[in-house]
Every structure is written in C-alpha cells, then in structure tokens.
Design a protein around this ligand. Sequence first.
Ligand code: NI
Length: 193
Amino acid sequence: MMRFICLLVLFVGLHFKADAAPPPLASLFGGGFSLVDQDNQVRTDKDFRGQYMLIYFGYTFCPDVCPTSLGILADSYDALDKSVKDRIQPLFISLDPARDTPAVIKPYVKAFHPDFIGLTGTVAQLKEATKAYRVHWRKFVPEGSDPEKDYAVDHSSLTYLIGPDGNFLTLFPHGSRQEFMVSTINKYLSENK
Ligand code: NI
C-alpha cells in the first residue's frame, strides 16, 4: 500500500513539475500533425484550418488529471455563446496508442462532449505532434506491474488554443478555471471576427 502511495505521489508530482514551467513564447508552440481520429479517419492539422482548435494531450486510462482537465474544457466550451462555439473544435490527442485504439477513444471523448474529436497515431506520429507542442510524456511502469497492460503515461497537462491559420495563440495551465478559459477564449475570438 505504501509503495502505491509513493508511486502515486511521484506520478502526480511529475505532472505538476511539467506544469510549473514559466509562460513560454508563442513561437515555441504549435505545428503540423497527422493522426487518426475515433472513426479511423486520417486527420491532419490542415483539416482544421478556418477553425480555432482547443487541444489537450493525455490518455483515457489517466486516473485523475485528464478527466479533470477534459471536464473543465467541456464546461468552458459549453459556457461559450453558440456563435463562438461554432468556430472552435476541441481535440483530445491520446499519448497511449497501444491501449487507446479509436474504438476506446470514441466513447471516452463523447462522454465529455459530443463535439469533441479524439485522435491518436503511431508512436512516430505522436512524437512529431508532441515535439511541435512541447508536450512532455513518458510511459511509467510501476514496479511489479505488467508493462503491456498496467502502466501510466506521465504527461504535461496543458490546453492549447490554436488560431484558424494554425498558429498558436495561448495555452491554459493545468487547473485553469472555467471563468478564465471562457474569458480568454472570448478575448481571442473577438479580436478576429
Ligand atoms: Ni492524464
């Protein structure tokens, strides 16, 4: 039991360590990706030109961090006026392609919001996407666990707002509240009618 608690602390600690980075320059984030969606369709960043994107990286087996973040993202998205909401596509990108097949991702993202699109890809495709967004991620196998089935994926927990031209606009640190997300999203979208 003690070992489990220690590992849990380590896991949560790593999550927050990654989140503690100072706000970086806009030019450091964003870029191309080519992934597959929850319906097995290839999706690239170019498919979403003309729309704003809210992007979150995680994995469906995440015990706490992803569900919390995706819940706040869904609530924030729903709190926007319809005219604003219609210009935004929220995306969840799974960093656990071995377990998060499209069939697993689909009910997961739709449970948070029917408008969400879930994506994943090969490890090479995910390396490209995470490099572009500077996402820290690492498979973490607790001692004595099955490395194929019973593992965690340590990952940074940030939500990115990307503009209709594909350029990075801002990011929301882990724990950002709904009111802050809604006002920030409204600010960016009102500047670009
Ligand atoms: Ni997570």
